[in-house]
Design a protein around this ligand. Structure first.
Ligand SMILES: [Zn+2]
Ligand SMILES: [Zn+2]
Length: 404
């Protein structure tokens, strides 16, 4: 992995490589589910306390906020990481595999947390270079809706001092190890779950004329809904509509009263999510009418899309290229089709969420996020910590010179 020699933050990050790796392995061995990250946040708090940072614990339940004060009266930039693990098995055989049965760090939030702890230590050692304050936000429960971002915001995570910009990162096995990837504008999708009931009248299949068959109605809905994505929305706007479960009936010779379908909607623009839900409602109403029945659609809105501030992305690219080599830093136009609740922070302050490539097929690191075999080469973590540190330090200098 080639990196720019001589970068101050990267030099310090490399000095801390062993410590960052140890922290990650410790979190990996002891994963905790969302809103239960008491051990993890305790270690985070102790680390920040030892660095002499202003500390707030139990922010939005198990969250931690720590502030590093640079020169007085300067602006404030935040860096945020998520701490939660997933309710799934860890199928790896490595020494740092999960010791908590049924819980695993398969989304790399152990790494996000360790990288941010590393960035906090790097910036503390170089606080003389800071033209303002840096706030470190350790967030609970990203992977469980409704997420830990909103409770932290409500609990004042972005106040005292108030935050003018926010950085975060996530591991990404779609890109090669050591690549730094960022997209301007909408960079993740808006998601929603739905439950659709097709309601009819059950009875004996020998007398179909006396029934309103919800199984047939459900069949129409599933087929007709495919034309929403292919014919009713702009092909330039990434859109997903997927049915994940279909349940109805008890036996082959009984027409049931209802069939329940569940699924997910994903769109890049938040407003497109509402339009998609309305189109599904329209199709379900049509299918119910064909079968002489009714329908009931419930939509549970999940995370809105992450919007990366274009001006801040341009500044981030310059910062990242001071740490990594120019060909390692990628300004992509491809969004990711997963959701992220850092979007709620971006609604409060301009933000950049960037991705850290981790794919290394030679070492066997190519499993997707949320796979029971997900893992990565920890040597990329100092690079990520240094990129955060450089981008935060540059953000403060840039804000003294001009507004975003
Ligand atoms: Zn995840
Ligand atoms: Zn994640």
């Amino acid at each position: 992995m080639a990196v720019t020699p001589g970068n101050t933050f990267l030099k310090t990050a490399n000095d801390l490589a062993g410590k960052i790796s140890d922290l990650r392995r410790d979190f990996h061995r002891h994963p905790e589910l969302g809103m239960q990250e008491t051990r993890t946040s305790g270690i985070v708090a102790e680390h920040c306390r030892n660095l002499g940072l202003d500390l707030r614990t139990k922010v939005g339940n198990t969250g931690v906020v720590a502030v590093l004060h640079g020169k007085k009266n300067g602006p404030c930039v935040a860096i945020r990481a998520d701490m939660d693990a997933l309710p799934m098995t860890d199928d790896k055989t490595v020494p740092y595999a999960s010791s908590n049965p049924g819980i695993a760090h398969a989304c790399g939030h152990d790494a996000n947390t360790a990288i941010l702890m590393g960035a906090a230590e790097i910036l503390t050692r170089h606080s003389d270079l800071l033209q303002g304050n840096v706030k470190f936000i350790f967030q609970p429960s990203e992977d469980t809706v409704p997420g830990g971002a909103l409770p932290m915001i409500k609990d004042g995570a972005l106040e005292n001092p108030s935050v003018q910009g926010l950085l975060s990162s996530h591991l990404m096995p779609d890109y090669d190890e050591g690549e730094i990837i960022v997209k301007s504008g909408y960079s993740t999708i808006s998601s929603a779950g739905f439950t659709l009931k097709m309601l009819g009248k059950g009875g004996h299949p020998a007398y179909p004329q006396l029934t309103n068959d919800p199984v047939v109605m459900a069949g129409h809905v599933i087929t007709a809904a495919q034309s929403i994505v292919s014919r009713r929305v702009d092909p330039q706007d990434p859109t997903i509509l997927c049915f994940g479960s279909v349940h109805g009936g008890t036996a082959g010779n009984i027409i049931p009263d209802e069939v329940v379908l569940t699924g997910t909607i994903r769109t890049l623009k938040p407003e497109a999510r509402d339009e998609l839900a309305a189109l599904l409602d329209e199709i379900a109403a049509g299918a119910a009418k064909i079968g002489g029945g009714r329908h009931a659609l419930e939509v549970q809105m999940e995370y809105p899309s992450v919007y990366n501030h274009p001006g801040m992305v341009d500044e981030f690219l310059i910062s990242a290229r001071k740490v990594a080599t120019p060909d390692q830093v990628i300004h992509t136009d491809r969004p990711t089709m997963s959701g992220e609740d850092v979007s709620y922070f971006h609604q409060q302050a301009p933000g950049v969420r960037w991705l850290l490539g981790i794919r290394n097929k030679e070492l066997g690191f190519m499993y997707p996020l949320h796979s029971p075999l997900f893992d990565f080469n920890e040597t990329v973590m100092p690079l990520a910590a240094a990129v955060h540190a450089q981008a935060a330090a540059d953000f403060l200098v840039n804000r003294l010179e001009k507004e975003l």
